[in-house]
Design a protein around this ligand. Sequence first.
Ligand code: AMP
Length: 212
Amino acid sequence: MDLKIVLLGPPGSGKGTQTERLVAEFGFTKISTGDLLREAVRNGTELGVKAKGFMDAGKLVPDDLVVGLIREKLKGLKGGVLLDGFPRSLEQAQKLEEFFNVEMAVDLEVNPEVLIRRLTERRSCRACNSVFHLEFNPPKKAGSCDKCGGELYQRSDDTEKVVRERFTTYTERTAPLTEYYRKKGVLKSVDGMGAIDDVYKRIAAVIKTARK
Ligand code: AMP
């Protein structure tokens, strides 16, 4: 499907999990700034070295670094695109408009009380970035990824202390994007509570209304 989508929602709202499924069904190209930044940190690149301190503190990595990264990744891309974790601020959204036309912004709405638990019990695959949850979406074999057999680990920013800081960052910097995209007429709010499959069906239904 040839749609340009951004996925909004607080940390733990299910963006990564739902993105995996949307990519499988609709064939979108996924670009996740969080995954790209973690890869850069792992590889010790210049970007990774600059980004690490911000990520470990639950803060946003400076716009010039992230916008440059996304601009590079979008260059020459054809077909449907799903952005996960970008934009994260009004400044990023404005910059994005210079080179990418957001046709739909899907906002996952989730009660704050469930978010901490979703994050602190989340486990991620080191190899393919798939996400699991110890209770809500457990891997078939403890500690290893269902999709590729890679090692599951807890992200260093999924500890309770950093998670709280990430929420503050979200409220101050990212939440205003909902209003921004509403004014543009592209916002679709989706109830992000409940079972992963149920949330997925809601998102897929919204996307199908815009089939192109
Ligand atoms: P995520 O995997 O989307 O939760 O992102 C993990 C961390 O990467 C965030 O807490 C930020 O430190 C950083 N990050 C990811 N995306 C962005 C972005 N668009 N702008 C700034 N920092 C970002």
